[in-house]
Design a protein around this ligand. Structure first.
Ligand code: IPD
Ligand code: CA
Length: 265
């Protein structure tokens, strides 16, 4: 099976697996704090995806959010020229734990340190966002383009609240104070991947967040680019697989966003 078909199939199947647990009992554990959760469903979703990749491409490397605790060195893998699958088995675990919608499965494939494929699946709305490098971005079968809006006053932005409350979350809140009074509105749906998919789909004009991980953003980074938008590090520098703070936009408001965020840093 080709890479994109495998990724689309894994995302859809993992979505089904996750939804089967929604109203049932599942174990929830704290990772670094009460604001950083993992459930047995995250782990089952990731194991399922890892097994599928091993079945088809046993020579490929894998970085998965829940597997990192098992010793994968994200920075070392990100320096490698090999094929690397990047898995967030549930992006938006807090939503999932609280019975809220707005969680996704985010899968990317990188080769020679470039993201070449990205898939973000929202199982609640059955929306499959996907992109291949150089071939465009899609929602189900429809081509995506970013919004044309260049006036910040009419723009909808998104951000998230990182689990590092005193560090990264404080930075996000400072930027909300800067951008809140001058933009159309700000949303926090609770999944960085979903926010990036929505920027690619032209549903919102921009997204930023500090303290993210490669599994939260690799797929969305490609989607935004392939839909005609711009995604960079918070500093405005080029994105790479170790970038932790990301700004993504329709391109028209990018400079303005980068400047507004860096006023506080
Ligand atoms: C989280 C979500 C959330 C963002 C957090 C991430 P997770 O990922 O993307 O929107 O604000 O910073 O950690 O833990 O649910 O995979
Ligand atoms: Ca996750």
């Amino acid at each position: 099976m080709g890479y994109i078909n495998l990724a689309l199939r894994m995302a859809r199947e993992a979505g089904g697996l996750i939804k089967d647990y929604v109203d049932g009992d599942f174990k929830v554990e704290e990772k670094s704090s009460k604001a950083d959760l993992v459930t047995e469903v995250d782990q089952k979703s990731e194991s399922f995806i890892r097994n599928r990749i091993h079945e088809y491409y046993p020579e490929h490397k894998i970085i998965g959010e829940e597997g990192v605790a098992g010793g994968e060195d994200v920075n070392a893998v990100a320096e490698s020229d090999d094929y690397i699958w990047i898995i967030d088995p549930i992006d938006g675990t807090t939503n999932f734990v609280h019975g809220l919608p707005g969680y996704t499965i985010s899968l990317a494939l990188s080769y020679k340190k470039q993201v070449i494929l990205g898939v973000i699946y929202d199982p609640n709305l059955d929306e499959m966002f996907w992109a291949e490098k150089g071939k465009g971005a899609f929602l189900n079968n429809n081509r995506l383009t970013v919004s044309e809006n260049d006036d910040l006053e009419g723009c909808v932005l998104a951000t998230g609240y990182p689990s590092d409350v005193k560090g990264d979350r404080a930075k996000v809140i400072n930027t909300i104070n800067t951008l809140g009074p001058v933009c159309g509105n700000i949303r926090t749906f609770g999944s960085a991947a979903l926010h990036l998919a929505y920027v690619a789909a032209g549903r919102m004009e921009g997204f930023w967040e500090q303290g993210l991980n490669v599994w939260d953003v690799a797929a969305g980074y490609l989607l935004v680019n392939e839909a005609g938008g711009t995604a960079t590090a918070i500093t405005g520098e080029t994105y790479n697989l170790t970038t932790r703070g990301l700004v993504a936009s329709n391109g028209h408001i990018h400079k303005n966003l980068v400047e507004s965020i860096n006023v506080n840093d």
